[in-house]
Design a protein around this ligand. Structure first.
Ligand code: SF4
Length: 410
């Protein structure tokens, strides 16, 4: 995709997994053919920014050689299956969703009809992990129930809420296949399930599904996480822990990824997993090495403290990388961070325009750029559409910082 600072190459990672060898391939391509700037997305994928036009073919070939491409050349866009970055490691999980995710990704790529799905059409698999992003709506979601043999499912929403039925885990792929065919049959002009369900109620949609499921609506005991779960976490495997780090404003530089790959080899199992919080999870660290690894990650420049102002901030590319931007959101976010201490607002999202690329959810506070580089400040409120209630208009970034630092702005 073209952008103001060069081409953007989005690399979709199955289950967010990036091996250390693949990470080094990304580093090499980003340095040789692009600007060396990487972005981590809220779907656990990464983007290489600043790709030079004459290098596009070589860059793509190097990524394909590293095993980072789709199974079929025209099936890249449909690879949208989100799982927890801690899948297979999180002691709270009822189910390791990785094998199921692999089968779903194969299905999405192998059935030619599914390549007609919107590139945004997405499926989420929730294994019951405590480290899970459950507030981004997905077209289809499935969430494992205690015991790990059944999954609740829902449409156009978030896991663990508003389930429509229950299926056996070994029937989940067939269910998704039937749902996708039915959606494509009925979609008409609609590209997302929520659009179709606005016209056709979910129960009427499911009544046409040629697939048997249990019409139960289980309750989920564990609520969604609040905030970003940065830091060290227990792992299901004895003697091991996993470390979740944030990339400031979703950016990672080639040298940082190189250092993370080296760390994954030296102190982990050679695996990195990208997270939907625009960061990286390093699993399989020996418990007695955790403080050394935490220091190394901190030295790389990643965030481990959820209270740090930058850990509570989202910013899109803004004017530096996007022609639609009305403000330099990333630079302004750095300046805003200087105003906010550890007890500031839960999360602030700086948007260069109303498209809101950097977040799939509405943040507690949004600064929406206006022509001239000033911002309107919104607070998310129940029942309020869009970004929420407008608290103040046309602020410069220092005024916005003063509002937010003052506590609950009015
Ligand atoms: S939110 Fe707007 S300005 Fe920011 S990256 Fe997206 S399109 Fe560009």
């Amino acid at each position: 995709m073209p952008a103001k600072d060069g081409g953007i190459c989005r690399v979709k990672l199955p289950g967010g997994l990036l091996t250390s060898a693949q990470a080094r391939a990304v580093v090499a391509t980003a340095r040789t053919h692009a600007s060396g700037v990487l972005e981590l997305t809220n779907r656990s994928n990464l983007q290489i920014r600043g790709v030079r036009e004459e290098c596009q073919g070589a860059l793509v070939q190097q990524l394909l050689d590293a095993g980072l491409g789709p199974r079929h050349a025209d099936a890249d866009d449909v690879r949208n299956v989100l799982i927890s970055p801690a899948a297979g490691r999180d002691p709270a999980a009822h189910l390791d969703t990785r094998p199921l995710a692999e089968r779903l990704l194969a299905l999405l790529q192998d059935v030619p009809a599914f390549r007609d799905l919107s590139p945004k059409f997405a499926v989420q698999l929730d294994g019951g992990e405590s480290l899970a992003m459950l507030e981004h709506p997905h077209d289809i979601w499935l969430s494992a129930l205690p015991g790990g043999t059944q999954m609740a499912f829902g449409l156009a929403g978030c896991p663990r809420g508003g389930a429509l039925g229950v299926v056996a885990v070994d029937q989940a792929v067939q269910l998704v296949e039937a749902l996708l065919h039915l959606f494509l049959d009925l979609a008409g002009e609609h590209s997302r399930l929520r659009q179709l369900l606005a016209e056709l109620p979910a129960q009427a949609f499911l009544a046409r599904l040629p697939f048997d499921f249990q019409p139960e609506t289980p309750c989920f005991a564990s609520p969604a996480l609040e905030g970003t779960p940065l830091g060290m976490h227990a792992q299901g495997q004895p003697g091991q822990v996993m470390l979740l780090a944030g990339a400031p404003l979703g950016r990672l530089y080639a040298e940082q990824l190189q250092a993370l790959a080296d760390l994954a080899d030296a102190e982990g199992s050679g695996e990195l997993r990208l997270t939907p919080w625009q960061g990286v999870l390093l699993p399989d660290v020996a418990t007695d090495r955790q403080s050394i690894v935490a220091q190394a990650v901190s030295d790389i420049g990643l965030l481990l403290d959820a209270c740090a102002p930058l850990a509570r901030m989202l910013a899109c590319s803004g004017t530096a990388g996007c022609a639609k931007g009305a403000a330099d959101t990333k630079a302004d976010a750095l300046r805003l961070a200087d105003h906010l201490g550890p007890h500031g607002p839960a999360q602030v999202h700086l948007c260069g325009c109303p498209r809101s690329c950097a977040a799939a959810h509405i943040a507690p506070y949004t600064l929406l750029a206006q022509p001239g580089g000033r911002y309107d400040l919104y607070r998310r409120e129940q029942g309020q559409a869009g970004f929420g209630r407008l608290l103040a208009a046309s602020l410069d970034i220092d005024q916005a910082g003063e509002h937010l630092a003052a506590g609950t702005p009015e």
